[in-house]
Ligand binder design. Structure first.
Ligand SMILES: Nc1ncnc2c1ncn2[C@@H]1O[C@H](COP(=O)(O)OP(=O)(O)O)[C@@H](O)[C@H]1O
Ligand SMILES: [Mg+2]
Length: 217
């Protein structure tokens, strides 16, 4: 399976989700490749830091690709890995389109803020264009990241995402939790924190389990 984490907004949590998904999948004993398709290279920096901290326990292989190479190289590598996670930048780039053309899943996080939520229509158009040229299905999932502990903003944002045709809204938000940057600072995934952050790992588990319950054991 190939998963692209993307969208048309910086800072929505793409790299956080991509690295945590790679680690989550690796923990299940799978061969995982993490592809950094963002020129900011945050996923690559994280992986280098992770390797320094955990060494052989990395759990996944990390590479960096840009432009059309995302499609051509990942297609060549596809048979070697059970799961390939592609982290993209927050713009409509050749890299993101190249990733989507070969992906089975497209995961798009949104912060529950107006400027972020408004980008969903651009994402919807992008998905439409990709589906028009893609032979196999693209399963699209939207969800809230850095959700507020309470207040109307989550509900208003969720309402908009829910109404977007062709994209599935996942009702399992990730809260705004310090544990995410804390874990990243140690080169770890949320599920590896010790002592654990139960709330954050439960939210992450619920999110991924909801999306992949039918395809990953
Ligand atoms: N659920 C969360 N709770 C708290 N901070 C978060 C959460 N998700 C992401 N962050 C923080 O938000 C910032 C942007 O996240 P990042 O994953 O780099 O976004 P992107 O890759 O979309 O630009 C980082 O500092 C990250 O640690
Ligand atoms: Mg990023």
């Amino acid at each position: 399976m190939i998963y692209t984490i993307g969208g048309i907004k910086g800072g929505s949590g793409k790299t956080t989700i991509a690295t945590n998904l790679a680690i989550w999948l690796a923990q299940k004993g799978s061969d995982v490749l993490l592809v950094d398709a963002d020129e900011q290279e945050t996923a690559t920096d994280f992986s280098a830091w992770r390797e320094q901290n955990v060494g052989d326990e990395m759990g996944y292989t990390s590479i960096k690709l840009t432009g059309e190479s995302v499609r051509t190289q990942v297609t060549k590598l596809k048979a070697k890995y059970e799961h390939i996670v592609i982290d993209t930048g927050g713009r409509d780039t050749t890299s993101q389109r190249a990733a989507l053309v070969i992906s089975d899943y497209y995961l798009v996080p949104f912060n529950p803020r107006s400027f972020d939520i408004w980008t969903v229509y651009k994402v919807q158009n992008l998905v439409g264009e990709i589906r028009a040229v893609k032979a196999s299905p693209l399963n699209v999932y939207t969800f809230l990241n850095r959700a507020d502990p309470r207040g109307a903003d989550n509900d208003e944002a969720a309402e908009i995402l829910m109404q977007c045709e062709g994209m599935n809204y996942v009702p399992n938000p990730l809260g705004n939790r310090k544990a995410f940057s804390h874990a990243a600072g140690k080169g770890l995934g949320i599920v590896e924190l010790n002592p654990p952050d139960e709330k954050a790992s439960t939210e992450l588990n619920n999110l991924f389990t909801y999306i992949f319950s039918n395809s990953i054991n």
